[in-house]
Design a protein around this ligand. Structure first.
Ligand code: ADP
Length: 402
């Protein structure tokens, strides 16, 4: 069984074709600058270097057509016919309160995803465009929607409600939804395997630390809290996002600086986080370099970032009355031993003790970085959202007797 995984953005479309027999990536690629001058498709098969093809991609439908052409191409392709694709798994960012698991896409599902547009105005519209384009090109291929928010739907009400008038939850759906759910669940299931226990037996804190970052508390197989909120702006300090701040700062700045809602939105989404603090970069490699060269504000940005992660681990350990493991993933979590050390280097009260040699040598690979005697394990587990989407797609097909 071969599954095509699609992740559609407003002007891009990433894809992977995965053979589910041995879970290997047959080909992966990207259509970029869709609807913009200079569009192209880039594809690689197996471990080969990517081949870039300049193509006019006026819209997502043409992009999908080109993806199918590239996948079935005699030279750069990996299948002989479109019919070899058993199903398409679509990443959908927001499923609101309607979706707590992946679903087979039909008209009602598309309508329900449309109803969540208010909650994710930048993400859900391109996701829907990607689904519609695939349906036109592959009308007989089953499609599955895998939601970023679904895993977090198990949170109890005390965790997801904000302390604002209840009617605003009823009127607008203002509550915590959480994001990166597919990634949190994927690494948590792997962590349970590494612990040699069932997913339903363990308490985990998963830290997805990338440009966007979030922490998730998982108690016996269920997400019980997470750091992102109504939007992906909440929680940790991120590359360019502020994370949690006193909400009064927003109205204060609007008044003092005469900012519009758009301007203040840009400030907290694009100009804040470690970029805003350091004034240098949102990329942790640049911050590490600058801090090593003595730049105080780069150093401060790293400290603030790690301190927030540390506090989330502390509060989620309290919420779950203890933990079995902490897991790090994504660009920073997988590749930055310094941030891991700053975050959990001094957490002996939780039974955490890391082996510095193991931590420092663990870059982009799976590893238990704890000392043998540590009561609470610390794992680095590379995330793989595409494989997670493909697995969920396969499960939906199996459950629906395809
Ligand atoms: P996104 O949320 O956009 O998917 P990533 O998960 O790629 O982001 O994370 C981006 C961050 O990860 C950057 O701050 C970058 O410094 C860091 N990062 C990514 N790859 C590496 C690497 N190979 N070595 C060190 N840091 C990395």
């Amino acid at each position: 069984m071969k599954i095509l995984v699609i992740n559609t953005g407003s002007s891009s479309l990433k894809y992977q074709l995965i053979d589910m027999v041995n879970e290997t990536v047959l080909a992966k690629g990207l259509c970029d600058r869709i609807g913009i001058e200079g569009s192209f498709l880039k594809q690689s098969k197996g471990d080969a270097d990517a081949i870039v093809i300049e193509k006019r991609l006026p819209d997502h439908k043409v992009a999908i057509q080109q993806v199918i052409e590239a996948l079935t191409d005699r030279e750069i392709g990996v299948i002989s016919d479109m019919s070899e694709i058993s199903a398409v798994g679509h990443r959908v960012v927001h499923g609101g309160e309607k979706f707590y698991k992946s679903v087979l896409i039909d008209k009602d599902v598309i309508k329900a995803i449309e109803e969540c547009i208010d909650l994710a105005p930048l993400h859900n519209p391109p996701n829907i465009v990607g689904i519609e384009a695939c349906k036109q090109i592959m009308p007989n291929t089953p499609m599955v929607a895998v939601f970023d928010t679904a895993f977090h739907q198990s949170m109890p009400k005390k965790a997801y409600m904000y302390s604002i008038p209840y009617r605003l939850y009823e009127k607008y759906g203002i509550r915590k939804y959480g994001f990166h759910g597919t990634s949190h669940e994927y690494i948590a299931r792997r962590a349970a395997e590494m612990l040699g226990k069932a997913f339903e037996e363990v308490k985990l804190i998963t830290c997805h630390l990338g440009n966007g970052s979030s922490v998730c508390a998982i108690d016996k197989g269920y997400a019980v809290d997470t750091s992102m909120g109504f939007t992906p702006l909440d929680g940790l300090a991120m590359g360019t996002r502020s994370g949690s701040i006193d909400p009064a700062i927003v109205t204060f700045l609007m008044e003092k600086e005469g900012l519009s809602t758009t301007q203040v939105n840009t400030l907290i989404n694009k100009e804040s986080g470690v970029l805003g603090i350091s004034g240098i970069s949102s990329d942790f490699r640049d911050l590490d370099k600058a801090a090593n060269e003595g730049n105080d504000r780069a150093e401060l940005a790293l400290q603030i970032f790690a301190y927030r992660v540390k506090k989330y681990i502390g509060k989620y350990a309290a919420a779950m009355d203890g933990i079995d493991a902490v897991v790090f993933t994504a660009g920073i979590g997988e590749n930055n031993p310094g941030i891991r050390k700053r975050t959990i280097g001094n957490m002996s009260y939780l039974g955490i003790s890391i082996d510095d040699t193991k931590n420092n040598s663990t870059i982009g690979v799976e590893q238990d970085i704890s000392t043998p005697e540590a009561r609470t394990r610390v794992f680095v587990i590379p995330t793989n959202e595409e494989l997670a989407i493909a697995r969920k797609t396969k499960k939906v097909l199996d459950d629906n007797n395809y």
